[in-house]
Design a protein around this ligand. Sequence first.
Ligand code: ZN
Ligand code: FE
Length: 239
Amino acid sequence: MEIKIIPCLNDNYSYLIFDKNKKIACVIDPSEAKPVIEIIEKNKVNLRYILNTHHHYDHVGGNIELKKKYNSKIIGFKDDKDRIPEIDIMVENNQIWKEENFEAKIYHIPGHTTGHIAFHFFKEKKIFTGDTLFSLGCGRIFEGTYKQMFNSLNKIKRLPVDTEIYCGHEYTLQNANFCLANDSANPKLIEKISKVKKKLENNLPTIPSTLAEEIECNIFLKAKDLESFSKLRDLKDNF
Ligand code: ZN
Ligand code: FE
């Protein structure tokens, strides 16, 4: 399975995963159609599936145009069927979604939105976390509760530590500054930040991260209880 990172809009990432032999692909969270089409054409694959982590426009904006062009099927959380544009296949918590050689476990991870899900390609050890877990941060709580977000992050935290994290935005450096302000003596964090800066200087994405790095460096994953997590989340909103 190959993966291409597709920068979209200002700071979004969509991802194309494809089967080189069968020439078929899935896209995760197409913010817009144009950059996704460019990567599809360049790799000469057929876009079979569009996977949405949640309904926000910067994650579903390309759905309709891509579906029309490639006759793809759109996959999203069942409870969000009325707000994911042109959804075809509804999935639920802990379900395994499998088509061709694509196989992902679905986790319902509410907090940012009530219907947010992650796609875990467990054989490839890659998880697409949308706006729930970012590298060195987590999403804003728009619809859910602090408790839901805390539990959702803990769910991801229990996966194998060598799992690669693919999130919805390039927010890593801003997040890093917040982590540093609250955890300034963490040598792993300092090391991670210098890696992040090098990538950005070379115009490269800081994604993927790994779960091991996030557990060591991401202040939100280091929060021991709901109370300290909630405090951090509030502080970050005003950082
Ligand atoms: Zn969002
Ligand atoms: Fe987003």
